[in-house]
Design a protein around this ligand. Sequence first.
Ligand SMILES: NC(=O)c1ccc[n+]([C@@H]2O[C@H](COP(=O)([O-])OP(=O)(O)OC[C@H]3O[C@@H](n4cnc5c(N)ncnc54)[C@H](O)[C@@H]3O)[C@@H](O)[C@H]2O)c1
Ligand SMILES: CC(C)C[C@H](N)C(=O)O
Length: 366
Amino acid sequence: MKIFKYMESYDYEQVVVCQDQQSGLKAIIAIHDTTLGPALGGTRMWTYETEEQAFEDALRLARGMTYKNAAAGLNLGGGKTVIIGDPRKDKNEAMFRAFGRYIQGLNGRYITAEDVGTTVEDMDLVYQETEFVTGISPAFGSSGNPSPVTAYGVYVGMKAAAREAFGTDSLEGKRIAVQGVGNVAYNLCRHLHKEGARLIVTDINEEAVARVVEEFGAESVGINDIYSVDCDIYAPCALGATINDETLSQLKAKVIAGAANNQLKETRHGEMLEEKGMIYAPDYVINSGGVINVADELNGYNRERAMKKVETIYDSISKIFEISKRDNIPSYVAADRLAEERIETMRKSRKQFLQNNMNIMSRGRR
Ligand SMILES: NC(=O)c1ccc[n+]([C@@H]2O[C@H](COP(=O)([O-])OP(=O)(O)OC[C@H]3O[C@@H](n4cnc5c(N)ncnc54)[C@H](O)[C@@H]3O)[C@@H](O)[C@H]2O)c1
Ligand SMILES: CC(C)C[C@H](N)C(=O)O
């Protein structure tokens, strides 16, 4: 991978490569854009087959956070970290504390939180070294695990997408195929089950599948069978790029609405969805509940205020469909336009983010 060429192509600001031999830390912090404020984005721990894949994931996810934070109306830029390793075997205290020191070195240009493979306990370790971390334990006056809030945002966004597709936002009786039933999707399934939806699920983790089968009466299918199941809504909630050439011909759902980041393998798959008459709720808008929730910590966490803002995901998704119809553009382009317009407007009145006493990192102390 030609790092500078890639960075230039989407105008990335900074990539920090962190190595700590003693703890085994190998991390890549990617900061995409800080026009709106410090870059906030989670830390993913994953067993990448090659270093190139890890760089690519960090960069793609960081850019996604720029758009997510902008579209959510947050005064935050976009960044993300990947730690190379197996989250079940390779974690240790020293690793997350070393990582925390690297974040501290960035002096507020990047703020982290959880993502796939990391937990509240990991963030608590990072917090031993830096205050530029969110999603830490409620015992520290923080918001804790963002996943249930992300799930609630996906649920309300899915309702908005259902209204667009079916003329009603009721999910009662709808057949919903959920791919990956981890932290976010378990909570999503709880909301969907409560509303009377019929769930079809899959996961590489058999225990996770067993739990939703038992608790929510879900039907389980094989990993590769989830795309072709007869359903109204497909909810991708595992990793990215599951909307691609192979799966598009199999998908029977009218709506795509799920938690995963970077759902479209390439942008042309967003056009193809539109041509097939499918309703696509752009990933970084529908899954913004978690970042909205952790961002609230920066002002002194207030759950009621955070949840009110998460509920606006319904209106954001509806607005994107309106723009998409009005301008005759795919919904993912409409979302990008919203985010880009906000960044461009602010770019004209602000330069790069600099830490000071009046900005977002004053955690409600101003
Ligand atoms: N946690 C959050 O608050 C949050 C916020 C926004 C976006 N997201 C995104 O939502 C997705 C899920 O996040 P999470 O926190 O629930 O992660 P998680 O690791 O808890 O859950 C992901 C689940 O997907 C399963 N999985 C992995 N590969 C699979 C495959 N090929 N087929 C089926 N299942 C597979 C895993 O076994 C796991 O159970 C990720 O893409 C994440 O980036 C999460
Ligand atoms: C909670 C957030 C800061 C990060 C989250 N994993 C996301 O992708 O939005």
